[in-house]
Design a protein around this ligand. Sequence first.
Ligand SMILES: C[S@@+](CC[C@H](N)C(=O)[O-])C[C@H]1O[C@@H](n2cnc3c(N)ncnc32)[C@H](O)[C@@H]1O
Length: 169
Amino acid sequence: MGAATPNTYVPTHPGSFLVEFVPGEYRSSLKSLKSFQAGETLALLTGISKGVKAYSSVQCGNGPNDHIELNSDLLYVNHSCEPNVAFDLSASDRAKWHLKALKKIDAGDHLTFFYPSTEWEMSQPFTCECRAPTCLGTIQGAKYLSLQDLLARGYVSPWIIEAKQSQSG
Ligand SMILES: C[S@@+](CC[C@H](N)C(=O)[O-])C[C@H]1O[C@@H](n2cnc3c(N)ncnc32)[C@H](O)[C@@H]1O
């Protein structure tokens, strides 16, 4: 699925999430239409496919081909340095991969995840506009952050924790 446009948009999770389209490159975002408790699963990652590293991919391991495309509105989950959701791809069974709440989410909240929690070295680094008090500025991937900075965001993929431990060891 390529990026949607406002004219052709059909929600992939009707009743749960809605893309808010903003003119300009990469300005759009995903809003929750429902409330969720911390720890709750917002959605299973159905419809994913293998991909190559891209602005739209999510990394699922340290192999060269360990990138997936979400093929859904979850593409529009922006980054925040104080995120409210995480992509948990830790299960060996892909059917269990899911988006989970890191804190209480109210209907109307925008969904954000901490991109370095899954991305080692991003294809498209950017200057973060999350405005969180603990904003890290430039977001390039886990390779460029300390394990402490990663763990402070509530969730990090287990393979990234291992890679950071080997990097510093
Ligand atoms: C997977 S897309 C997320 C959806 C994107 N906002 C869009 O409209 O297509 C990732 C891109 O969105 C932008 N982005 C996401 N979070 C951001 C943030 N906190 N600050 C600035 N840009 C961000 C960056 O350009 C990033 O490469």
